[in-house]
Structures are given as structure tokens and as C-alpha cells.
Design a protein around this ligand. Structure first.
Ligand code: FAD
Length: 431
């Protein structure tokens, strides 16, 4: 392949902040709010035109799992408070963990404004600037051009770990044995569902007998491969359902061509899925397409080398780490079939046995070879199977809170991140 040598480019310094947060998804939200509340100046750069990441731009159905995150509780309360007068109806029977996407975006912006957190939308983190083993800032690009943001600490909450990869933190992708990554999905919403007669299967293991056959078996038989499972969720607005049913396999979310291929595949499945629901599922006879998520949902990409790393055994044993920075984490092994529809043979959803929760140690947020940088959200250091659990949003937001607290504390105490005592982070993120 030919190379093109870019002209020497003098990049202006556009911001000088305490904490730069790259990515405004669940982890970025937790990180920015915690760091700002501890007095740090915080800037968030985000490629989308909203906060929330997969929760909003990815049009996720609900905040799943459990954790100690206090910010998540605040989000639930503020969102419900704002939404209840304009259409959130408890009569639907959907919990307050359901996501009212557009209200959620507004609430998050108001929370950020209250904390004086600066946000740059439509701005992409491009390149880490590392000096003598420490990250000192990042090059970003947006409509205004390229710019350098100087930062005392950087939180990588891009999901894929773009900052850590650019900083030279070693990583592997996907499953340890063959590098395969979990499938990707574009979420979409339908209206016109008759809730009184409709069914809402929340897991692959939920089977429901319908007049024309069992719902998951019908899906496998009738939907275009690799789609083939039926996952449907009530929404806060009347007669609306969020569908987690498109499915693209062998997609690499860190490769532009592959990402685009994933979008084309998922988009092509939407109309056949709606036709399927209208024909086979009672209550969906008159459903129609309301909206399609602008951001493709990438479940898994890079796993980084941290000072510590969390494994599936830690989760199965509900391990208690003294240096925890997230506690009361709980979810299942949500591994989607890496070569087709439904659940992978290593995955467990509804039939998950471990009811005790686990902790995540501070070292999972600290990349082995780069100072000044924190991993947070689904890109912390952990195994493929552990990741299938901690990638749930309630845990990701708690990971963000821990990263934001660590960043601010290390600045205040004038310490390297790796020298911060986890007890000081625990005192902030609390029980
Ligand atoms: C299809 C699907 C279904 C899921 N279902 C559920 C569910 O029902 N409940 C649940 O709790 N969890 C669910 N999850 C898991 C969960 O949504 C994610 O694991 C979680 O959102 C990860 O949080 P994060 O903050 O690490 O990353 P993300 O939510 O991915 O946020 C990353 C943010 O960074 C931005 N970004 C990325 N790269 C850059 C860059 N270079 N520069 C600037 N910004 C950048 C992105 O635009 C995004 O806003 C699902 C995931 C998928 C993909």
C-alpha cells in the first residue's frame, strides 16, 4: 500500500484541563461527574451529538445489572422526575431502569451543566501524547480542525480503549482462544404494540409458546441469519417496544470498513424483523418502525493489560478485593453466540446461579505501562468472559466514578495514579 506523508502540522493548544475524559458513555459520565465534584476542571470529548453512549445514541432498552453506583441512582431519579409529566407511564409496567432516550440525553446535559463540566460534541479523540511514559494530553479533531488538549490525567471511556491503544498499552481482542468478538447490534424501536396481548421475552433462555410455535424457535427458523433471536423490552412511552434483535457477527468495532459492514447488515434485518413480529407475535400485528439507533452497538473489542486483571473465576467466586473501587457488581455471563444467533455455549442469562456480588480492584483501571491514564467502562483489564459481565452499564458507570475519583485524588495529593490508596477512592464512591 502506498503511503502519503501528511504535511507538518502545528496543532494549537485548545484546552488545558485537570481531567480529560474521552467518550461520554456510562463510564465517561461517571468519571466526569465524580472528578468535577472533587474540584477538578473536566473536559469530555464525544464523537456523537449527545451524552450517554450506548444508553442513548445506541438506544439501549434498560440499565442492566447492579452496582454500587450512586450517580446511576441520581440519573434514574432525575430522569423519571422529568419524564413523568410528558408520557412516562408506570401503568406500562416498565421499571425506572428503562431508558427514555431523548429525556435521558437532556437530563445528562443538565447534570453536566450543574457540575460545570465542559463538553465538546462531534469531536474525536485521535492520538495520545505520551512523554516519558506518562500521557500529557491528546490530539482531537472536529469541525474546528485538529487541536491539542493538555491534561493532568486522561480517562479512557471510549469503550474500545482508543486512548490506551494509541498510548501503546498492550491488548488482545475478543476471546483469548481465537480473537473472535461478540456480535454487534443496532437497536430499534417500534410503536403500535398492544401491550395487553403482547409478550416481552427479555433473555435468549425465555421460551414462549405462541399460536404458530415457540417464539425463539420461530425466530431461528424465520429471521435472516445471523439474526434469529427474539428480545423485546417495554419502554416508558405507551405501546412502544425496544428491539434487541439485529445481529452482525465477525465485526471488528475498531476497523472502519468492518464497522460500516456491520451497520449495513443490521439495517438490512430491520424490516424482515418487523414483518416477523407482525406475522407471528400476538400484540405486534400493527407495529411500525419508530426509530433506529444512530450508533451501532459494539459489545466487545480490545482487552488491555492492567496492573491487575479481573477473571471469570473472580466473578464466579464473588471475590472480595481489599483494594476494590467498585463493589456490589452483579450480572451474568452475557456472551452472545459468536458465530450465529442467540446465546453462546459459554453464556448464561436467566439461569445464572451466583446471586452474590463481586468487587473490582483498582489495578484493573491502571494500564501496566502508561502513567496518567485510567481505563474505565468496558475497556478495563479483564478476560473475555469476565468482560461479558462487567460490560453491563450499571457496572460501567461505577467504573467511571472510580476513575474520576482516582484522577481527582491523584492531582490533589500530587501522586502518581498507581500510588493512590484505593481506600481514598472507596471513601468517595462509598458503599
Ligand atoms: C447491542 C447491545 C446491547 C446491550 N444491552 C445492554 C442492556 O440491555 N443493559 C445494559 O446495562 N447494558 C447493555 N449493553 C452493554 C452496555 O451498553 C455497554 O457495555 C456499555 O454502554 C459500555 O459503557 P462504556 O461507557 O464503556 O462505553 P459506551 O457506552 O460504548 O460509550 C463510549 C462512548 O465513547 C464515544 N467514543 C468512542 N470512541 C471515541 C473517540 N475516539 N473519541 C471520542 N469519543 C469516542 C462513543 O461515541 C460513546 O459515546 C449492551 C451493549 C450492546 C452493544
Amino acid at each position: 500500500m502506498q503511503e502519503f506523508i501528511e504535511e507538518k502540522n502545528q496543532v494549537p493548544l485548545i484546552y488545558d484541563v485537570d481531567v480529560l475524559v474521552c467518550g461520554g458513555g456510562p463510564a465517561g459520565i461517571g468519571a466526569a461527574i465524580r472528578a468535577a465534584r472533587l474540584g477538578a476542571s473536566v473536559l469530555v470529548v464525544e464523537t456523537q451529538g449527545c451524552l450517554g453512549g450506548i444508553a442513548t445514541a445506541g438506544m439501549m432498552s434498560h440499565w442492566g445489572g447492579r452496582s454500587s453506583s450512586k450517580v446511576m441512582q441520581e440519573i434514574f431519579e432525575l430522569t423519571y422526575e422529568k419524564a413523568k409529566d410528558i408520557g412516562w407511564t408506570d401503568e406500562n409496567g416498565c421499571g425506572h431502569d428503562a431508558i427514555y432516550h431523548d429525556i435521558q440525553k437532556i437530563v445528562l446535559e443538565q447534570m453536566f451543566a450543574k457540575e460545570n463540566i465542559k463538553v465538546l460534541y462531534y469531536t474525536m479523540f485521535c492520538k495520545a501524547v505520551v512523554e516519558n511514559g506518562s500521557i500529557v494530553g491528546a490530539i482531537v479533531e472536529n469541525k474546528s480542525g485538529r487541536g491539542f488538549i493538555k491534561a493532568k490525567r486522561v480517562v479512557d471511556s471510549t469503550g474500545d480503549g482508543d486512548v490506551a491503544a494509541s498510548s501503546g498499552v498492550p491488548f488482545f481482542k475478543g476471546r483469548e482462544t481465537d480473537g473472535r468478538m461478540q456480535p454487534s447490534t443496532i437497536m430499534f424501536k417500534i410503536g403500535g404494540v398492544d401491550y395487553k396481548r403482547a409478550v416481552f421475552p427479555p433473555s435468549f433462555e425465555t421460551t414462549i409458546e405462541l399460536p404458530k410455535g415457540e417464539i425463539q424457535a420461530l425466530g431461528k427458523e424465520r429471521l435472516p441469519f445471523p439474526a434469529g433471536h427474539v428480545l423485546l423490552y417495554k419502554q416508558p412511552t405507551p405501546n412502544t417496544v425496544c428491539c434487541n434483535m439485529t445481529n452482525a457477527i465477525e465485526i471488528d468495532g475498531t476497523d472502519a470498513e468492518s464497522l460500516t459492514k456491520g451497520v449495513f447488515i443490521c439495517h438490512s434485518q430491520i424490516v424482515p424483523i418487523i414483518k416477523f413480529l407482525r406475522e407471528y407475535v400476538p400484540g405486534y400485528e400493527n407495529c411500525w418502525l419508530m426509530s433506529v439507533a444512530p450508533l451501532i452497538g459494539i459489545r466487545e473489542t480490545r482487552h488491555f493489560e492492567g496492573i491487575e486483571s479481573i477473571s471469570e473465576n473472580d466473578i464466579l467466586e464473588a471475590k472480595y478485593y481489599e483494594n476494590w473501587v467498585v463493589r456490589r457488581a452483579w450480572f451474568n455471563f452475557d456472551v452472545h453466540n459468536l458465530t450465529g444467533a442467540s446465546l453462546d455455549k459459554t453464556g448464561v442469562q436467566k439461569n445464572w446461579k451466583q446471586q452474590s456480588d463481586y468487587t473490582i480492584p483498582y489495578g484493573c483501571l491502571l494500564p501496566k505501562n502508561v502513567e496518567g491514564l485510567l481505563l474505565s467502562g468496558r475497556n478495563i483489564s479483564g478476560s473475555h468472559l469476565a468482560h461479558s459481565n462487567f460490560r453491563i452499564m450499571s457496572v460501567c458507570i461505577a467504573l467511571g466514578e472510580a476513575a474520576g475519583a482516582a484522577a481527582a485524588i491523584s492531582i490533589k495529593q500530587n501522586k502518581r495514579l498507581r500510588d493512590v490508596d484505593a481506600k481514598d477512592i472507596q471513601a468517595i464512591v462509598g458503599e
